[in-house]
Design a protein around this ligand. Structure first.
Ligand SMILES: [Zn+2]
Length: 143
């Protein structure tokens, strides 16, 4: 299943890597967020790139993002935990809330990054240490 990451092949380097933990799935807005998280070396699972965030002002709704693909990837039960790592801004928050509600009925744990990321910014601009800590300190979403 396509993760949405940038790749010149059908599956990206991370998806092809047999050492990655397939029970962990990190949901990000953009492929550049994958690069930022990889730099922290804190996460050894797989990614799902949404292709943006929910933004009513810009007319972007869930149907414009790769949400259907996400649900398809969760369908076979391989993934135990979904880590929502959207940007720490309004659109990112709206997207995270939408996704955690959507996954409420699924047999999967949902977690969010710990606070401490610069609010209003982009995930990709967070430094490695801060982002690494946010991963380590991630918290489960009650849902
Ligand atoms: Zn991939």
């Amino acid at each position: 299943m396509d993760c949405g990451n940038v790749s010149d092949q059908e599956r990206c380097n991370i998806c092809r890597d047999p050492r990655r933990n397939r029970s962990l799935l990190c949901v990000v807005e953009e492929a550049k967020d994958v690069v930022a998280i990889e730099r922290t070396r804190e996460f050894r699972g797989l990614y799902h790139v949404l292709g943006g965030a929910i933004s009513p002002i810009d007319g972007i709704g869930p149907e414009d993002l790769r949400v259907r693909e996400l649900l398809q990837r969760l369908a076979d039960g391989t993934v135990d935990e979904v880590i929502i790592a959207t940007d720490p801004n309004l659109e990112g928050e709206a997207t995270a809330t939408y996704l955690s509600r959507l996954m409420r009925t699924l047999e999967v744990r949902v977690s969010r990054l710990a606070s401490g990321l610069p609010v209003g910014g982009d995930l990709e601009y967070a430094d490695e240490v801060t982002l690494g800590r946010a991963f380590e300190g991630r918290r489960l979403v009650e849902h």
